[in-house]
Design a protein around this ligand. Structure first.
Ligand SMILES: *Cc1c(COP(=O)(O)O)cnc(C)c1O
Length: 363
């Protein structure tokens, strides 16, 4: 049961000012179109969270001096709502996203959310915006909770004036051309995060640090980069903005959460599902030299990334220092366990198969 004391003001919108939700079959461009309404609330140390509202989606007004624009006190989340076979709507593990948001917020001196209030605000918003959850195969409604420090002050300090808001964007199927494996460049020059830094927080600054390497890799014809640790540049951390997994026959291995890796909810779901099937799982430090040797020797049979956007992304090949390491002998074909994880995770999310873990929150 959700326990909430949040006083929520719901602005009535004139039906004439509502936009048209995407029609069935309409092409959806990720992150470019947003629903009619958003949730927003404010925080100050004196008042706590206050002025919680569901209002018309629209621009924010900020001081040009706002802290977030200079020193990046910002954290965000990404989760999805899925259309169910009975026409209803379910959200995947929303509590876990708000719990993680609190961990991220603490790292950059932003305040804690009441998780019950945040889940309540999200479900009330989704109830009003249900018709924005597309029903096309593979489509969903992407949910972006965001928290920013907006004190109008160009001096460096911990933020005291905070905004938290949630916006919604319908998104089409990630795999338009089938479940295609990607090509990954092992990034030897740039790093995404270091232990003691921001790597375990979902904060925009990490993305700022990562865009250049991703762009250079794309210019060279790769889809994404594989990030190594920031100190020795030797241990595997993540792939693009996903967590990474290696399959050794019947064993599923991923990098241990070491403080510079983002603890993905999809990563956690993969581990739980694999254990549920009786597969061995291991979270450990992974040396890239060992990984490439194990791919070459055929000990690693599959590689994939995990994250809310793609859910599971098969990796066909790693490239390092002009050498190619083709996974499972065919860089164009996803492995069996990779495919099974994808089918089952998306099966649960879309309500096609039972949810033994209680991951779905139905509206
Ligand atoms: C969000 C994110 C992930 C994936 O997390 P999910 O909860 O599975 O979506 C992985 N790595 C980074 C850097 C991220 O920002």
């Amino acid at each position: 049961m959700t326990m909430t004391k949040l006083k929520l003001d719901i602005q009535k919108l004139d039906p004439a000012e509502l936009k048209k939700p995407p029609a069935p079959g309409q092409k959806l461009l990720f992150g470019q179109e947003f629903s009619d309404r958003m949730f927003i609330m404010k925080y100050t140390p004196r008042q706590g969270w206050h002025d919680a509202r569901i209002c018309k989606y629209g621009d924010l007004t900020l001081s040009p001096a706002a802290l977030v624009l200079h020193y990046a006190p910002e954290v965000f989340e990404g989760l999805k709502a899925y259309r169910q076979p009975d026409g209803g709507v379910a959200v995947f593990r929303p509590r876990d996203n708000f719990l993680r948001m609190n961990v991220s917020a603490e790292r950059v001196c932003l305040p804690q959310l009441n998780v019950d209030d945040a889940v309540y605000a999200l479900t009330e918003l989704l109830k009003l915006e249900q018709n924005w959850v597309p029903a096309d195969e593979g489509s969903s409604l992407y949910i972006r909770p965001t928290m920013i420090g907006i004190d109008p002050y160009v001096g460096l300090k911990a933020p005291e004036e905070i905004l938290f808001y949630i916006i919604l964007s319908p998104v089409g199927a990630y795999y338009e051309h089938g479940f295609e494996p990607v090509s990954i460049l092992v990034e030897d020059e740039y790093v995404r995060a270091v232990r003691g830094g921001l790597g375990a927080a979902k904060t925009g600054a990490n993305y700022s640090a990562s865009i250049l390497a991703g762009q250079l890799a794309k210019k060279k014809g790769f889809d994404q980069v594989l990030w190594l640790d920031g100190v020795e540049r030797k241990y595997v951390e993540e792939v693009g903005s996903m967590n990474i997994f290696f399959v050794y026959g019947e064993q599923i291995v991923t990098s241990a959460l070491n403080g510079s890796i983002l603890p993905g909810i999809t990563r956690n779901s993969v581990l739980q599902l694999a254990k549920h099937w009786g597969l061995a799982t291991r979270e450990t430090r992974l040396d890239i030299a060992q990984i490439t040797a194990d791919i070459t020797a055929g000990r690693i049979t599959e590689v994939f990334g995990s994250g809310t956007a793609a859910i599971i992304s098969p990796v066909g090949a790693l490239y390092q220092a002009d050498k190619a390491y083709i996974v499972g002998g065919n860089k164009n074909k996803a492995g069996k366990i990779t495919q099974k994880l994808y089918d089952n995770l998306t099966g649960i999310q879309y309500g096609r198969i039972p949810d033994p873990f209680g991951w779905l929150l139905k509206l």
